[in-house]
Write a protein that binds this ligand. Structure first.
Ligand SMILES: [Zn+2]
Ligand SMILES: [Zn+2]
Length: 297
């Protein structure tokens, strides 16, 4: 297992701290998440994960999976993240106060499923800003999903050609145009997965008609840093030239470092899909030994 944070992530973080000082509190959260991602409790949860044996169609590996996870482990982690987020600004202050009241395991399951309705219900019950809660809950899911990716990456089907992450089902955060061959690889900012993009096809709506695919290329930065767009679904994917693959914990930092590309896309009425690609329906269950109370999600 590689060290967390990775050397590449440390470099990206230092560069971001200089170029986007206002992102400091968010960087502190990402650093805590990277540190937590190597912790043994997530590793054992991933090791005990039962995958659904037969999928009706090719689905991300975690679809329908049962993950053994002690609720005390989740409560401790969510509490720590909420407290840290509480230092991040006025919007997040109420989050620090909500840490004692949250059903941590149910919140984590909702975040893994990217279920906006369940996440809003939690926000309403806790009287916290739904967007802030959703963002923090997504971060909370990262250590478990990274551990699952380390366990499961080798089980991903070689002919996976979907636009969404083959492990956790998230839409790609961005694409790498990698190496001298400019191999196009999609990257997941949650679990860190790395999968091949089908050339000239929108990852969201599978549109392959090149007349309806385009790119936003800046005059100063050229092909090395651009936005690929689809006129059919109005989706976009950021694309960055890389010499080597990003480490898993570099992906969210690369996402943050390219926020100017998001702005350029949004200004032209392109957007990333709001709905997840699949209903993942992961269950968080008591571990067979020493689980506490019952109730999964
Ligand atoms: Zn993923
Ligand atoms: Zn599309």
């Amino acid at each position: 297992m590689s060290a967390s944070p990775s050397a590449g992530a440390l470099r990206q973080r230092d560069a971001l701290a200089r170029s986007q000082p206002e992102a400091g509190p968010w960087l502190a959260l990402l650093t805590e998440v990277a540190r937590e991602s190597g912790a043994p409790q997530w590793e054992s949860a991933a090791a005990g994960t039962a995958l659904r044996s037969r999928q009706p169609r090719p689905l991300p590996l975690l679809a329908g999976a049962a993950v053994p996870l002690d609720e005390r482990v989740v409560a401790e982690w969510i509490g720590r993240l909420f407290a840290l987020a509480g230092n991040a600004g006025p919007d997040a202050t109420s989050l620090a106060e909500a840490a004692d009241r949250v059903d941590a395991r149910a919140l984590l399951a909702a975040a893994i499923d990217q279920d906006g309705h369940r996440l809003s219900t939690h926000a309403l019950a806790l009287a916290v800003d739904p967007d802030v809660l959703a963002a923090i809950a997504q971060l909370a899911a990262v250590p478990l999903l990274q551990a699952c990716r380390r366990r499961l990456a080798s089980a991903v089907s070689a002919d996976w050609d979907d636009g969404c992450c083959p492990i956790c089902g998230a839409w790609p955060a961005l694409a790498e145009s990698r190496g001298l061959q400019r191999e196009r690889r999609l990257r997941c900012a949650r679990c860190g997965a790395d999968w091949a993009a089908v050339a000239m096809r929108c990852p969201y709506c599978r549109n392959g008609d090149h007349q309806h695919l385009g790119s936003l290329i800046s005059e100063t930065q050229g092909e090395g840093r651009k936005v690929d767009t689809c006129d059919r679904c109005r989706g976009y994917v950021k694309s960055v030239a890389t010499l080597r693959p990003w480490a898993a914990d570099e992906v969210p930092l690369a996402d943050l470092a390219t926020v100017d590309l998001d702005i350029a896309a949004l200004e032209r009425d392109f957007a990333r899909p709001e709905a997840p690609a699949v209903a993942l329906d992961v269950r968080l269950v008591d571990p067979p030994d020493g689980g506490t109370r019952t109730g999964g999600r």
